[in-house]
Design a protein around this ligand. Structure first.
Ligand code: KG4
Ligand code: ZN
Length: 333
């Protein structure tokens, strides 16, 4: 079954063709980062307008790269939540029009379920159940993947998401958006033990909090400025990354241990090599198998949406043409 996936929930306009949920025929991602970088973060109105301008061309490009025609598509899968509402509506409206014109089913995909399904594309042997950390710019969820379409939330970021914390810390260190990869690069030349940063307490075992950690970094930078001292930016980036990675990796491995299931990393932050290494180390110690996505599928893309759409369609979940978009929506729905 050939599914066209469409993704426009944040700052990437993406389209992809995926066969039977696991094999990528094409995957096109048009990044808006250059436009948002001017403002130090994503400007929702700018994002919506850019999606409207490029979504049709990106979809056509995905078909061209796969050597396919619109008539070859069996269904159109599109992200409907969570995300920036205007951005989501741009992709959803396009997908609805296409579904109606082609008389092919429309499938509404939850963005975070998409990130989890990116793992099926890279790991052909992976099948539920397993425990996944979905760490992106807007969410940090510890999820038990019960089946291809059913998910249980075990814990989550209570304030800032992991990616958001990386982006904000990068900003105070004067690094461009998106900050995650920049922090990671800078951290490589720093001493991760130079600065002691807090490990915030949470009531529930698998919840995490990044706001206190982020504020501690901001305070160190401000205090150094007031005293006229120069901050060791590389070591601060390394100390922050080490602490953030420890928070995420220990929770994921503890959750996998509790559930007695394999573990998996996905979402933009899963591209972080320190996170991958530390999680691998802890998993090996605990005798837990770890699944990782390829770097191209960690960030937002439409192949993951087409994959999730395939499994939703197999479960009989076809969306109506009056399907709405939602800025927030639980992964358990
Ligand atoms: O999943 P994603 O592409 O978009 C959302 O759904 O939000 O995640 C984007 C986030 C950004 O906050 C970015 O800074 C972060 O992922 N990120 C990283 C790395 N690469 C991307 N964070 C830490 N280390 C990285 N190497
Ligand atoms: Zn995402």
């Amino acid at each position: 079954m050939l599914i066209l996936g469409i993704e426009t929930s944040c700052d990437e306009t993406a389209a992809a063709l995926v066969r039977d949920g696991r094999d990528i025929c094409s995957s096109v991602v048009a990044s808006q980062i250059a436009s948002h970088r001017l403002y130090g973060g994503v400007v929702p109105e700018v994002a919506s307008r850019l999606h409207i301008e490029s979504v049709a061309g990106v979809a056509r490009e995905a078909l061209a790269q796969a050597g396919a025609a619109f008539a070859d598509i069996d269904a159109v899968a599109v992200t409907y939540a969570p995300g920036l509402i205007g951005a989501l509506l741009a992709g959803l409206s396009f997908a609805k029009g296409l579904s109606y014109a082609l008389q092919k089913p429309l499938v509404a995909v939850h963005h975070l379920k998409g990130h989890i399904c990116s793992l099926y594309i890279t790991n052909k042997e992976l099948a539920p159940p397993f425990v996944a950390l979905v760490a992106s710019g807007g969410h940090s969820h510890f999820v038990r993947v019960d089946s291809y379409t059913e998910y249980t939330l075990l814990g989550r970021a209570l304030d800032d998401a992991a990616g958001e914390a990386f982006d904000k810390v990068a900003r105070v260190l004067g690094l461009p958006y998106p900050g995650g990869p920049e922090i990671s690069r800078l951290a490589k030349s720093g001493d991760p033990k130079r600065y002691t940063l807090p490990d915030p307490h949470t009531e529930r075992a698998f919840d995490v909090s990044f706001s206190g950690l982020k504020t501690a970094v901001v305070n160190l930078v401000n205090q150094a400025e007031m005293k006229g001292e120069k901050i060791d930016a590389a070591s601060l980036a390394a100390s922050f990354e080490r602490r953030a990675v420890e928070i995420l990796a220990t929770r994921l491995v503890a959750a996998a241990k509790q559930e007695n299931l394999p573990a998996a990393l996905c979402g933009g932050v899963a591209n972080n090599s320190a996170l991958q290494q530390r999680t691998q180390e802890l998993c090996e110690k605990a005798g837990i198998e770890l699944f990782l996505p390829v770097p191209e599928l960690t960030g937002d893309n439409a192949a993951m949406i087409a994959s999730a759409g395939y499994y939703e369609l197999l479960a009989g979940r076809v969306a109506p043409l009056n399907q709405n978009a939602y800025a927030t929506r639980s992964i358990e729905g």
